[in-house]
Write a protein that binds this ligand. Structure first.
Ligand code: NAD
Length: 302
């Protein structure tokens, strides 16, 4: 007799006459970090401590906070992280030379360049200097190409975090209508590719999309990453849809909000992610995950 091991939730079977379940990004992150901690422990026993090198250029305050969070997450899980900070007027060639040295350092398994870089940098060139084996942010063209054909080594951390959240909640992706609002290289486009790889029917919307609501209303799963508060209102969301809010916006009164009208949409959706406490904790966690994976690959090759 065949027994179903997993029960999947679909947008069409959940959420009617109910308030959405709020997906707790911290809880999902805790689970992934616990798995990373175990893997790290066994790597350390074999003499390999996963190592992350973080490069930051300039004084961008938000970037400094993000880097501090990444270092903290690494420490919690048992990774070694080292920050290389450069002045804003550092020539691109100097940073590239540092990356090349880190590529050759056997104690460094992951290299991350905190974006944005100052305007005089050729970002594509700097990211291209990172060895594809250490590209834990997944922005090197090799890994981007891998994403297109469905076998990237390091999926970009934010969409990878969203995928993990959907898996954690057993939300079915196959055959579902997915609408991704936002088409950036770091969130929207890789998100669309990853969900297409899982056999969803994917539509990507962006700032030039005419009548956004005509697309969002069709979504079983709606992923929003535009950086516009209150972009998604309840009337734009199908009853029972799964709504993932990637946006992070600081309002003039200091509050942090996403792109979705959370209070309104949660009365219509089946699942929703909050901001803060949704996708945010997953992004840092998947960076740790990718670094541990890079160290595992290194250990297997060594
Ligand atoms: P981006 O500015 O590079 O891209 C924004 C995308 O949204 C573009 O494709 C643009 O065309 C689209 N867009 C803008 N206005 C729109 C509108 N009115 N309708 C439809 N589409 C519109 O931004 P990004 O780096 O992709 O980040 C997007 C948001 O996600 C930001 O708020 C950012 O802070 C947040 N973010 C969060 C995390 C996280 O960990 N939670 C990680 C990365 C980015």
């Amino acid at each position: 007799m065949l027994i179903a091991l997993h029960t999947f939730t679909t947008a069409s079977t959940a959420g009617r006459n109910m308030v959405a379940k709020v997906i707790d990004g911290h809880a999902v992150a805790r689970q992934v970090r616990a798995e990373c901690r175990e893997l790290t422990k066994s790597l350390v026993e074999r003499g390999v401590t996963p190592g992350l090198a973080v490069i930051i250029v300039g004084e961008n305050a938000a970037s400094r906070v993000y880097v501090a969070n990444k270092v903290k997450a690494c420490t919690e899980v048992g990774l070694k992280s080292t920050v290389y900070a450069f002045d804003a007027d550092t020539p691109g060639a100097t940073v590239e030379a540092a990356i090349l040295r880190l590529n050759d350092d056997p104690e460094v398994h992951g290299i991350l360049v905190q974006l944005p870089l100052p305007a005089h940098f050729d970002v594509r060139r700097v990211l291209g200097a990172i060895s594809s084996d250490k590209d834990v942010d997944g922005f090197h063209l090799y890994n981007v190409g891998g994403l297109v054909v469905g076998d990237t080594v390091f999926p970009p951390c934010t969409p990878y975090g969203v995928q993990k959240m959907l898996e954690y909640e057993n939300i079915l992706v196959e055959g579902q209508n997915v609408v991704v609002v936002g088409a950036s290289n770091i969130v929207g486009k890789p998100m669309a590719l990853m969900l297409m790889q899982k056999d969803a029917t994917v539509c990507i919307c962006h700032a030039k999309t005419r009548d956004l609501a005509q697309f969002t209303i069709l979504a079983d799963i709606l992923v929003v990453a535009a950086g516009k508060p209150n972009l998604i209102l309840p009337q734009m969301v199908r009853t029972g849809a799964v709504v993932i809010d990637v946006g992070i916006n600081r309002l003039p009164d200091g509050r942090l909000v996403g792109d979705v009208d959370f209070e309104g949409v949660r009365r219509k959706a089946s699942y929703i992610t909050p901001v803060p406490g949704g996708v945010g904790p997953m992004t840092v966690t998947m960076l740790v995950h990718n670094t541990v994976k890079a160290a595992q690959r290194h250990a297997a090759l060594a």
